[in-house]
Design a protein around this ligand. Structure first.
Ligand code: AKG
Length: 285
């Protein structure tokens, strides 16, 4: 995986690495030790007694009754300002504008904690492609020549082969396919090895998965999903954060919550008879 310092983390480099390159890029040291400590403290506090939140791509662990060794913490925006700082980090925002369009939104911000001995995931691709094992439910001609997703993984613990660093198969984002047993995923995969505070930016159409934690320590990460403005978000973030959060939200956060792109709407209920869309004299409500 290509690794760059924050100064070299440009929108152009990101678009090229995610669309034409391996599909992933690691930015070293984007977040401070204080931010990581705070995020980790909150994630651990919210997952110590919560093995039962919904998770994904863990069908085998559910079958083996080992689901409790991985834990998700959802709705992070409501759990600490540090998560807003991560979601709104200005270099990430600039890269996402270039990759997903200026009005891009956030579809999810959650933590994935894998406890010592915890299971890996099924190799997969991410929302909104995550059920592409049923390709007939997607539009004719769909492809990944343009992206409908970007992921940012921020490790809160060292991501090593032993702790369960995410595995991915470079260049698989271009074919848009859900990986299967014949794809030799584990033979072909490389690991997203990284330090706490790094940010791994990747196109979620790239085949990947969390790997088993063979170490004696926890392996946690913040996972942020960004989407173009028109894709229905995965978490209902606007409803989950509540009114008070929205009232004090920055302009960037309002955009991430989807508030700049006000659809769907009950157009019949808008009593002002204005022109809401179009190149000339348009005012949205
Ligand atoms: O935690 C990880 O290493 C990856 C998680 C992931 O790919 C997912 O939940 O979609």
């Amino acid at each position: 995986m290509q690794r760059v310092d924050p100064a070299s983390f440009t929108p152009e480099l990101t678009v090229d690495a995610l669309l034409n390159g391996p599909g992933a890029l690691c930015v070293r040291g984007l977040f401070s030790a204080a931010q990581i400590d705070e995020a980790r403290r909150i994630v651990m506090a919210h997952s110590d007694d919560r093995a039962q939140t919904v998770t994904h791509f863990q069908g085998q662990a559910a079958h083996d009754e080992r689901l409790h060794l991985q834990r998700r913490v959802w709705n992070l925006l409501a759990k600490g300002d540090v998560f807003s700082q991560m979601a709104e980090e200005e270099r990430i925002v600039a890269a996402m504008r270039a990759f997903l369009g200026d009005d891009f939104i956030m579809g999810s911000i959650a933590a994935n904690r894998i406890l010592p001995g915890g299971p890996g995931q099924e190799p997969h691709i991410d929302y909104p492609y995550w059920d592409y094992h049923m390709p007939g439910t997607f539009p004719a001609g769909i492809n990944t020549s343009f992206p409908l997703n970007a992921q940012v993984t921020i490790p809160l613990d060292p991501f090593t082969a032993e702790t369960g660093a995410t595995a991915f198969v470079p260049h698989t984002q271009n074919m848009l396919r859900y990986p299967n047993e014949n794809d030799r995923f584990y033979e072909r995969a490389v690991r997203m090895e990284a330090e706490p505070g790094d940010a791994i930016v990747f196109f979620g159409a790239t085949w990947h998965c969390a790997m088993p934690n063979h170490s004696t320590r926890d392996r946690s990460a913040v996972l942020i999903q960004y989407l173009p403005k028109f894709v229905k978000p995965m978490e209902d973030l606007r409803a989950m954060v509540g009114e008070a959060f929205v009232k004090r939200a920055s302009g960037t956060m309002r955009q991430l919550l989807g508030l700049n792109y006000p659809y769907p709407q009950n157009l019949e209920a808008i009593d002002k008879a204005t022109n809401a869309e179009g190149r000339t004299n348009a005012k949205r409500y």
